[in-house]
Design a protein around this ligand. Structure first.
Ligand code: NAD
Length: 420
């Protein structure tokens, strides 16, 4: 399999590889099932004009892809990054569709984003751009239709801005129209750290199956943003030594274990991992191929290519990011006996607590942190166990097992709802 070209086309090929053995076309002849399952419902393109602080105007393309809402309202994050394209957003929306089915949440799949170098904007420009996107999305999103959330370069601040702009434009104060908000605006306790915690919950289940105890293990984490930082901190709390971490600026390594609180404080102060005095500077590749038991890629797609996969020393890769391992790399890792916990399960903690947030917003009744974390843990462990048992019985990868479970759920609803 070739590791280049359209991300969505590659995502589709992977889906068809796993759907093939289920014999959908033979089981439901004439239903065009594979086409219906792999074609987005709606792909919306926006043009956002931003008035810059210096008086000039800059235009940015933006997108929202609503992949499928048979399982419930569309759900998926918003990414602000220069590499955002319609193709990437479509692939990410497709994966959200599968992910909500993997963890059995009452949501469909969507994703959105703006192709912008967001970090280069001033704070007032960031606020204007984000609120303008919310205004343009007014008729396309809502608590019963399509619910955005954070993704790369967006967080509670952006979700709060969007809620405010959307309520002004729609005339409704419906907090459930967006998740990942600041807690005092109706966000859920535990949402900010949910994806990283969820990654560690399933990683430690997979480690237990291989007879690896967290307090005897070491780990490397690529990406030190929302997902990577919280995953690293949680690993630290579980007694795992995190020996290498990277972000866009490069990596930092310390075989004795990085002081993660000090690293977080350094990143909060400087914005970057590089220059952290508690470890030595290393390259991006050194972190991915570091000597360790667990590797968490938590940055962007296609980080682990075939070439990288041959040098990986970790025993378990737990995909915090969406699509970080190319299919060719996944096949090599499988042959090498490296366990890969797939993204559609591994990073589903974020959408799970987003679901809890949406439920709390609908009831306007808010849960204590202990309840959120208990329910997150139950959901992630149940999903992992179901996937792992099926993989063991069928002697297949966790990814194949997860896809089969998602596809079976999706197909059942697709058939139950009828065609018209
Ligand atoms: P973020 O913007 O908070 O952090 C991204 C991190 O990746 C930053 O530290 C950045 O410096 C780093 N990075 C970027 N390019 C890199 C490179 N080439 N090498 C190393 N590091 C690099 O984003 P996030 O929300 O943490 O999302 C990360 C991944 O997790 C994405 O794939 C996203 O789709 C996925 N994800 C996020 C959530 C969520 O709740 N935020 C949920 C599910 C999945």
């Amino acid at each position: 399999m070739v590791d280049k070209g359209s991300l969505f086309e590659r995502a589709k090929v992977l889906f068809l590889t796993y759907a093939g053995p289920l014999g959908l076309e033979q089981k439901y002849p004439g239903q065009a099932l594979t086409t219906r399952l792999t074609t987005p419902d709606k792909s919306i393109k926006y043009r956002i004009s931003l008035g810059r602080d210096d008086g000039s105007v800059q235009v940015f393309p933006a997108y929202r892809v609503q992949f499928n809402d048979d399982l419930g309202p569309y759900k998926g994050g918003l990414r602000f990054h220069p590499q955002v394209t319609l193709d990437e957003v479509t692939a990410l929306a497709f994966w959200m569709y599968l992910k909500t089915a993997v963890v059995n949440l009452p949501f469909g799949g969507a994703k959105g984003g703006i192709a912008v170098d967001y970090q280069s904007l001033s704070m007032p420009e960031k606020e204007r751009l984000t609120k303008k996107f919310a205004l343009m999305l007014t008729n396309d999103i809502g608590a019963d239709t399509d619910i955005p959330a954070p993704d790369v370069n967006t967080g509670a601040r952006e979700m709060g801005w969007m809620l405010h702009a959307w309520r002004m434009s729609s005339g409704h104060y419906d907090r459930g129209m967006i998740t990942g908000k600041p807690v005092d605006m109706g966000g859920s306790l535990g949402r900010a750290e949910a994806t990283g915690r969820g990654v560690v919950i399933v990683l430690l289940e997979a480690a237990r199956d291989l007879g690896l105890a967290p307090e005897e293990a070491t780990a490397a984490v690529q990406g030190f943003g929302n997902v990577g930082r919280h995953a690293a901190l949680e690993l630290g709390r579980q007694g795992t030594k995190v020996v290498a971490v990277s972000d866009v600026s490069g990596g930092v390594m310390n075989e004795a274990g990085l002081d993660l609180e000090a690293l977080s404080a350094h990143v909060a102060r400087t914005g970057l991992v590089q220059g952290f005095p508690g470890g030595r500077s290393v390259g991006h590749l050194d972190v991915l191929t570091a000597k360790c038991d667990f590797l968490i890629p938590a940055a962007l797609e296609d980080a682990i290519t075939a070439a990288v996969s041959r040098d990986i020393q970790a025993r378990i890769i737990c995909e915090g990011a969406n699509g970080p391992t190319t299919q060719e790399a996944a096949e090599i890792l499988n042959r090498r006996g490296v366990q890969v916990v797939p993204d559609v399960l591994a990073n589903a903690g974020g959408v799970t607590v987003s679901y809890f947030e949406w439920v709390q917003n609908r009831q306007e009744f808010y849960w204590p942190i202990g309840k959120v974390l208990d329910r997150l843990s139950t959901k992630m462990v149940d999903a992992y166990r179901q996937i792992a048992e099926r993989a063991k019985e069928a002697r297949c990868s966790l990814r194949q097992s997860a896809y089969e479970i998602a596809i079976e759920r999706i197909v059942q609803i697709t058939m139950e709802r009828g065609v018209h």
